[in-house]
Design a protein. Structure first.
Length: 140
């Protein structure tokens, strides 16, 4: 029986791919969290703005600021939706990579068990042979 696992190279490649997918998933989570924080801050800033307009110019400036704030909020919401899509895809890719690595790990473990069983079988045969020779040589 071949002592080395024939798929060990593929297992290493899959493990590298799984780590890369985990890093991409981590980055997607961080990006989504940062966008949520920016969204909350912008909403708080928009809600806390003073509406003390004393003349038409300040009223126009206040209206323009609110329009700009709503525009930024809409951009953040579309960015958040896009990041959620990226996050779902990253989770799927990482899950697939983990399944592939686990499958190959199971194969490697099964191979190691078969190799160990073969070694034990050969050792037992040698012990049996030694024991049978000892009985044949010592007729007492």
């Amino acid at each position: 029986m071949n002592r080395s696992f024939s798929l060990s190279g593929l297992l290493r490649v899959r493990a590298i791919q799984e780590r890369q997918a985990a890093q991409e998933l981590s980055r997607a989570v961080i990006d989504a969290d940062q966008t949520r924080v920016r969204d909350r801050r912008l909403r708080a800033a928009l809600g806390a703005s003073d509406s003390d307009a004393v003349d038409t110019r300040s009223l126009a400036a206040l209206a323009a600021a609110r329009v700009a704030g709503r525009s930024m909020l809409a951009e953040l919401q579309s960015l958040a939706a896009l990041q959620q899509q990226v996050l779902r895809e990253a989770r799927t890719v990482h899950g697939d990579a983990r399944r592939e690595v686990r499958g190959l790990d199971r194969l490697a473990e099964a191979h190691a068990l078969r190799v160990r069983a073969e070694e034990l079988r050969v050792e037992q045969q040698e012990l049996d042979e030694i024991a049978s020779r000892g009985v044949e040589e010592d007729p007492a």
